[in-house]
Design a protein around this ligand. Structure first.
Ligand code: S3P
Length: 441
């Protein structure tokens, strides 16, 4: 993952988006399928797996710990589970690239295994806060070293003596919740997490799918350590976070209509639909069904006139990865959009409040960052050159902004789009965006 070539996007202004598209598999569910499949008894068959760099980092980490994994071949993966105690100590540090989910969930999953493991990542991941997982895991008895500033590399020492805790999450984070629950699988007694607001619940759902009892009571999720996982089949839905670029692109572009197929619409993830509808978007949910414990549907979206809103704070955790794209929708909306209660955006793959405000300003849009959000006044988008800071979601969001720009939009540092949306440039072009990528030396 080191020494990646720098990529830039050049997006011509204007155009419409049309057609039917299945975006790649859900990143969160893909990570978890490898993790739980590896610890299960038997062979777990996964379809729709995201072949992006983040979920492949998780896959490679488990291979390095002795798990036989076939694929991915066109989204199919077979994981030969080694059981709860069958992982081997890896010979080298596990390089998790850009993936916060891999690092945080693995620290919980590995904390009580009795293995010595070091977790490393790229420069973005090495700057992200890890005390949020180290704190509760240490309370459970884990021994995890980090840098003085609480960042990776994380050094996990062998230990098999975790005890369950009752942990109130200080922030609405599914990664922290999942890290504690995964450590809880190896802890004595019961482990409970209470969340301040609902966050994505794929870990709880998938544990249940693998036959592991999880008690859920409002904002609390509990499990008792010492059980086992039974292999199962997992059909990974298309990622609503990747579909979001098209939901926004179609909404802001003229004469556009798309159907995004088989998208995961888990209610802990569907905030983007609620927010866009509040802004006046034309979105219909079709063919709703439940697949492997996760709600899935086709989403039809058409061009619309958007207007600015005050984004309700209770929707923030339900759309946490979608704000870069929603800021582009706000830039194209009539009036002012205000986001508050979203300080978590400052510690994502980049500081998404600052980086989006800077890029929008370059493109002629008034954007005022605050500590916990952003105020955007809709207006005319000009052409210009923006920095994505290696953040996949920033790069794809600004690509969609070109649909309403008066000049070409150039976006720098786009190679990390491959972490979550391999093939983005190809499918965006097929749908009607005029986007080219080139290597920068
Ligand atoms: C994720 C949780 C979220 C999200 C990330 C994936 C997960 O992070 O932003 O892209 O798979 O659990 P936080 O838990 O930090 O909010």
């Amino acid at each position: 993952m080191q020494g990646k070539k720098s990529l830039k996007y050049q997006v011509e202004p204007g155009g419409s988006l049309n057609g039917t598209l299945r975006v790649p598999g859900d990143k969160s569910i893909s990570h978890r399928s490898i993790m739980l499949g590896s610890l299960a008894d038997g062979v777990t068959e996964v379809t729709g797996f995201l072949e992006g760099e983040d979920s492949l980092a998780t896959l490679n980490a488990f291979r390095a710990m002795g798990v036989e994994i076939e694929g991915p071949h066109a989204g199919q993966v077979s994981i030969h589970g080694v059981g709860m105690h069958g992982l081997h100590e890896p010979e080298a540090p596990l390089d998790l690239g850009n993936s916060g989910t891999s690092m945080r969930l693995l620290s919980g999953l590995l904390a009580g295994q009795g293995l010595a493991v070091t977790l490393t990542g790229d420069s973005s991941l090495s700057g992200r806060p890890m005390m949020r997982v180290i704190d509760p895991l240490t309370r459970m008895g884990a021994i995890i070293g980090a840098t003085e500033t609480g960042t990776a590399p994380l050094i996990i020492s062998p230990n098999r003596h975790l005890k369950g805790i009752d942990y109130p999450l200080p922030m609405a984070s599914a990664q922290v919740k999942s890290a504690v629950l995964l450590a809880g699988l190896y802890a004595q007694g019961e482990t409970t997490v209470t969340e301040p607001a609902p966050t994505r619940d794929h870990t709880e759902r998938m544990l249940q799918g693998f036959g592991y009892p999880v008690k859920r009571d409002g904002s609390r999720a509990s499990l008792v350590g010492g059980g086992a996982l039974k292999a199962c089949r997992i059909d990974v839905p298309a990622d609503i976070s990747s579909a979001t670029f098209f939901l926004v692109g179609v909404s802001i572009a003229p004469d556009s209509e798309m159907v995004l197929e088989h998208v995961g619409i888990n209610p802990t993830r569907d905030g983007v639909i609620s927010i866009l509808r509040l802004m006046g978007a034309d979105i219909e949910i079709e063919n709703e069904q439940v697949v492997g414990g996760e709600p899935v549907a086709d989403i039809r979206v058409r061009s619309s006139r958007l207007h600015g809103i005050d984004i309700p704070e209770d929707l923030v955790p339900l759309a946490i990865d979608e704000f870069p794209a929603l800021f582009i929708a706000a830039a194209c909306a009539e009036g002012i959009t205000r986001l508050t209660g979203a300080e978590e955006l400052r510690v994502k793959e980049s500081d998404r409040i600052q980086v989006m405000a800077d890029g929008l300003t370059v493109l002629g849009i008034e954007a005022e960052p605050t500590t916990d959000g952003l105020k955007i006044r809709g207006g005319r988008i000009t052409g210009g050159c923006v920095e994505s800071h290696g953040d996949h979601r920033i790069a794809m969001s600004f690509a969609m902004a070109a649909l309403r720009a008066s000049g070409a939009v150039e976006i720098l540092d786009c190679a990390n789009v491959n972490t979550s949306f391999p093939g983005f440039v190809h499918v965006a072009n097929q749908s009607g965006l005029h986007i080219r990528q080139s290597e920068v030396s």
